[in-house]
Design a protein around this ligand. Structure first.
Ligand SMILES: O=C(O)C[C@H](O)C(=O)O
Ligand code: SF4
Length: 516
């Protein structure tokens, strides 16, 4: 197994940077289905560009590495201790090479281990099988979509769809509710894996395992196939759309598995995965550890080159006056902000500051290290690399889910005079009220488009709070051409609230029993 380390390293790089072929086809199909010229269509084309860029740059598709989870099948007698050691080595080295973000954080102190190793990370499962080969599968499922996983205990009363009993129709209701509650926050359009039965732990595990199925496979179990088909058809009537911007495509895949349960329990567990559905696998020669084949079609088999060129061409052909783009340079004035409304595309130049969970908590009762009057704050935990001369570079930098900052954001906007908050998935009523009072705007960037946004950061001007770790530090970035959509304005309008309300009506229309 002298090649085992290298094969695992190659698997990590492939998974992080090159979206598999079956996932790409689903994104392509969504692009074809979405109404042309809409915000969702525009976002899907940015997503396609990003997929292409990540492949070309051999850089992370999304900055969030998630919890690297390995599933290994090996013949009887294979040395699992050595395999585990080499997997850890490969993870640490891929992190050093900026193919993965430093994502392992001490839950109590918040300290980042810096190499993705630590208690419980990465996750490694071994299983023996009769075949004379080793299979290593890997999934990188980000934290934002992980937060949208949900587990139901039946019977239950669910908002919108009402009573969900211990039967196929109750299961149907749970799944539809799961898609509804995710809204755009898990970077829709997404994929879901559903586990029926088991206990709380094995139910979630079963759900996550469904994500290892091929996007285009057909469930051999007739009842489950019916549920999958129903969900695929009806989830897309909820109108949530890409990034929750509203639209025709909300779900790209639904896979349901079943296990036995206890008489007292009936769990329906749902694992939500964003469009940046990064999972791949390799089949290895059991003697040498060399790669014999890949478990899923590779990204390079479904090229996005053409789509990339077409969207670059289309962008060139848009007339200046049709662009409806407002270019703002930081610091931004109140007057400029008050002139913006939901739906405008804003292009930001000047300095932008990143800040996410640790920073927001800190700023509540401390001063900021720099003047934030008129500033644009970006909810983002980037992948960074330092060159030999000690200079930092942004390697991947898409937005993180903003709603986590809801308890702090309104106060922080007012305390420091921030004018633009950039993130994804939208924020709640407290922030909306602060935007109105103070004169601020929320801009929704496209989640997962980490390569697309990284190119907007021309230089790292400085960094504060490195003690929070790379993703949580406050990076000061010289920015050029960072485009995002106003989804919450200073006049009390929120596209997120509108889309959610509309989706709730659509969900409620699915209350009547379907599977009797
Ligand atoms: O941690 C991140 O960078 C993003 C996260 O995956 C999210 O979706 O919020
Ligand atoms: S930012 Fe979006 S695309 Fe990236 S891991 Fe989080 S949910 Fe997925």
């Amino acid at each position: 197994m002298q090649h085992f380390y290298q094969s695992v390293y190659d698997l990590i790089v492939e998974t992080s940077t090159n979206l598999p072929g079956d996932v790409r086809r689903a994104v392509q199909a969504a692009t074809e289905k979405e109404d042309k010229g809409t915000r969702s269509a525009l976002s899907l084309s940015r997503i396609s560009d990003n997929i292409h860029m990540a492949e070309c740059n051999v850089s992370p598709i999304c900055q969030d590495t998630g919890m690297p989870t390995f599933i290994i099948h090996c013949p009887v007698g294979a040395n699992q201790i050595i395999m585990k050691k080499q997997i850890l080595e490969a993870v640490a080295n891929a992190t050093k090479a900026s193919k993965l973000r430093t994502n392992s954080v001490d839950s109590l102190t918040g300290a980042n281990t810096g190499d993705n190793l630590g208690p419980g990370t990465p996750v490694i499962h071994f299983e023996q099988w009769e075949r004379d080969e080793v299979e290593v599968k890997l999934i990188l499922k980000g934290g934002g979509c992980e937060n949208k996983n949900i587990q139901y205990s039946l019977p239950a009363e669910l908002e919108g769809v009402g009573k969900a009993g211990r039967d196929l129709d109750g299961i149907r209701k749970c799944i539809m509710h799961a898609v509804y509650q995710a809204q755009g926050q898990g970077c829709s359009a997404g994929f879901i894996g559903v586990g029926i039965g088991g206990d709380r732990t094995s139910g979630y595990e079963l759900a996550k395992h469904q994500l290892f199925r091929h996007v285009d496979d057909v469930n051999p179990h007739p009842e489950l196939r019916k549920v999958e088909e129903y969900v695929m058809e009806h989830a897309n009537t909820l109108g949530i759309g890409t990034m929750g911007f509203g639209g025709q495509v909300t779900l790209l895949g639904c896979k349901v598995g079943v296990a036995n349960r206890l008489p007292a329990s009936f769990f329906v567990s749902v694992a939500y995965n964003c469009w940046a559905f990064r999972r791949q696998g390799v089949l290895l020669n059991p003697e040498t550890g060399e790669i014999n084949g890949w478990s899923y079609p590779r990204g390079s088999e479904v090229s996005f080159q053409e789509a990339f060129e077409a969207s670059a061409e289309a962008a060139k052909n848009v007339k200046e006056e049709d662009r409806r783009e407002i270019v703002l340079t930081t610091p931004i004035s109140e007057e400029q902000i008050r002139s913006l409304k939901v739906g405008d595309v804003v292009v930001i130049n000047g300095t932008m500051h990143t800040g996410r969970d640790a920073l927001h908590k800190y700023l509540m009762d401390h001063d900021a290290p720099i003047d934030l009057n008129g500033a644009a704050i970006y909810h983002c935990g980037p992948v960074m690399s330092k060159d030999e001369s000690g200079e930092w570079h942004v390697k991947a930098a898409g937005p993180t889910t903003s709603i986590r900052e809801e308890p702090y954001q309104g106060d922080i906007i007012k305390k420091f005079g921030i004018r633009a908050v950039i993130g994804k998935g939208g924020m709640g009523p407290k922030t909306l009220a602060a935007l109105k009072d103070h004169g601020g705007v929320y801009l929704n960037a496209i989640g997962g488009a980490a390569q697309y946004y990284a190119q907007c950061f021309k230089k790292v001007e400085g960094v504060d709070f490195m003690e929070f770790g790379i993703p949580e530090a406050m990076w000061h970035l010289e920015t050029e051409g960072f485009a995002a959509i106003v989804t919450m304005d200073s006049h009390g309008n929120s596209l997120h609230a509108d889309v959610e309300k509309n989706a709730f009506e659509k969900l409620s229309a699915l209350k009547e029993p379907v599977f009797k």
